[in-house]
Design a protein around this ligand. Structure first.
Ligand SMILES: CC(=O)SCCNC(=O)CCNC(=O)[C@H](O)C(C)(C)COP(=O)(O)OP(=O)(O)OC[C@H]1O[C@@H](n2cnc3c(N)ncnc32)[C@H](O)[C@@H]1OP(=O)(O)O
Length: 438
């Protein structure tokens, strides 16, 4: 594929990450150049050749497809003329929508070189990719946004949020709930096998959870940190339920002794249920010489409610995590778990046209019926009708924000009664939580 942008001929290639045929400890040149461009785009140091090989193995396990946009007219003195001026990658994992797992089309590693920005390169890459993903049958696209202002125009809406918290751990953390099961310090290398097993149970249990890429298991085992390099200071603990089955793990590191107050940083905490989550915190709060614990947490974390002293728990920030973009709203609705019954006519407006349409949505117990309405056709009389922009539907989908809030901010349109009906239908007891970063 080629693209003509601002008078410069650009060439686009889409390929799977590859290892060198001659030396499997090295990645092929095209992949190495692509990885270097990603490092450049995110201001990261360049990866060493052996680190690249580990990354490419993990990318292959993830089934990632890489896109590079090349400017063949690079002048003398240009940095690595073979490296792409823009990068983009995709992969797919299951998203817990409260009903069945929905296979999400994930977008990551989006960079455009400073010399080539604001010429529509991202626009070209993402538009072509979303159209292709829709044609391939994906119902939803997902990404994590480096800046909140980039992806709304492409139909993505912020769908989940994550808190960063600090817990005052001086003395033992006292919990009001009775202890349950047992927690052991784990043999870190064994986490490579166990962490994905526990995560898989969490994935099926928690609305908003998204399947994880291969690098997560390596980080849980301390084999990788921010880069593929053994982390000597990463510890892990596993919680066993009363029947002796592992149902949660936490990985953490003690920050250098100079850090005041002495701080333990939770790297990852995955629990199949609230009991396992609280028991892992009970363990963390029992570690000697620790004065503060920092962690990421769900916005509706049960921990402060379970602590004898809830003021030991401070939320230091809340950030959006998963952004969703509908590709096939009817399939999304069928995969969603609803906690209330109701009937609405829902119109999705989409300037790209991919997700546009109108549906009668009927929820009765576990039965979800989604009927497409032909253009101009009204729904049954008396059924409230509401319209949502694609991005607003992405935000509403998992229940992370109410339709009323979206109506006030302009993404949802309808009568007061219609918006209230949409809210009742999409209401969830707990805000969705996605701890997968990609
Ligand atoms: C899923 C992820 O990987 S998130 C990571 C995103 N990447 C980064 O943050 C790395 C640093 N930034 C970049 O590499 C680039 O600036 C990108 C990828 C964000 C944008 O690439 P570009 O090719 O410049 O975007 P493009 O020219 O297609 O812009 C499309 C539209 O989005 C707007 N836009 C793009 N980026 C931004 C931004 N950071 N802030 C505000 N508006 C933006 C453009 O102004 C343009 O608007 P218009 O259609 O109204 O004219």
């Amino acid at each position: 594929m080629t693209a003509e942008t601002a008078g410069t001929a650009l060439r686009t290639e889409r390929f799977a990450a590859g290892l060198s045929h001659a030396d499997h400890q090295r990645v092929d040149e095209r992949t190495a150049d692509w990885l270097q461009a990603v490092n450049l785009g995110f201001h990261d140091p360049a990866w060493k050749p052996e680190q690249m090989a580990s990354i490419v193995e993990a990318y292959r396990a993830d089934g990632r497809m890489l896109t590079g946009v090349y400017d063949d007219a690079a002048p003398a003195y240009a940095w690595n003329p073979a490296a792409p001026v823009a990068t983009y990658a995709t992969m797919s994992n299951g998203l817990n929508a409260g009903g069945t797992l929905l296979q999400a089309h994930q977008i990551t590693s989006v960079t455009v070189r400073p010399t080539h920005r604001r010429r529509g390169i991202l626009n070209g890459m993402i538009t072509a990719d979303l159209l292709r993903a829709g044609e391939e049958g994906f119902a939803v696209a997902a990404l994590l946004a480096s800046e909140a202002v980039i992806y709304g125009r492409f139909g993505f809406g912020a769908a989940t949020a994550e808190a960063t918290v600090e817990v005052d751990a001086r003395g033992r953390l006292e919990l009001k709930v009775p202890p349950s099961g047992s927690t052991v310090l784990a043999d870190a290398p064994k986490m490579e096998e166990l962490a994905p097993e526990i995560f898989s149970r969490h994935l099926h249990a928690a609305r908003g959870a998204l399947g994880r890429q291969a690098g997560y298991a390596k980080r849980a085992a301390g084999l990788w940190g921010d880069v593929p390099e053994v982390q000597q200071d990463v510890r892990a603990a596993v919680h066993y339920d009363a029947a002796g089955t592992p149902d949660g793990y936490v990985t953490y590191r003690f920050l250098p002794w100079e850090t005041e107050p002495h701080t333990l940083k939770v790297l990852d905490l995955v629990a199949v249920d609230d009991t396992a989550r609280l028991e892992l915190w009970r363990y963390l709060g029992s570690i000697d010489l620790v004065e503060k614990i920092t962690a990421s947490a769900p916005v509706a974390d049960p921990l402060p409610w379970a602590l004898a002293d809830r003021r030991r728990y401070q939320v230091t920030g809340v950030e959006d995590t998963l952004w969703l973009r509908p590709l096939d709203p009817a399939a999304m609705l069928r995969a969603r778990g609803f906690e209330s019954d109701g009937t609405v006519v829902l119109t999705v407006a989409d300037p790209l046209g991919i997700a546009a349409g109108r549906w009668l949505v009927q929820v009765d117990g576990t039965a979800v019926t989604v009927t497409e309405l032909v253009p101009g056709e009204d729904g049954p009389s008396g059924v409230p009708a509401v319209e949502a922009d694609a991005a607003a539907f992405g935000s509403l989908y998992l229940g992370g924000v109410s339709a009323q809030v979206l109506a006030v901010s302009g993404g949802v349109r309808g009568t007061e009664e219609g918006v209230a009906a949409l809210d009742r239908l999409f209401a969830v007891a707990r805000p969705p939580y996605c701890s997968t970063h990609f």
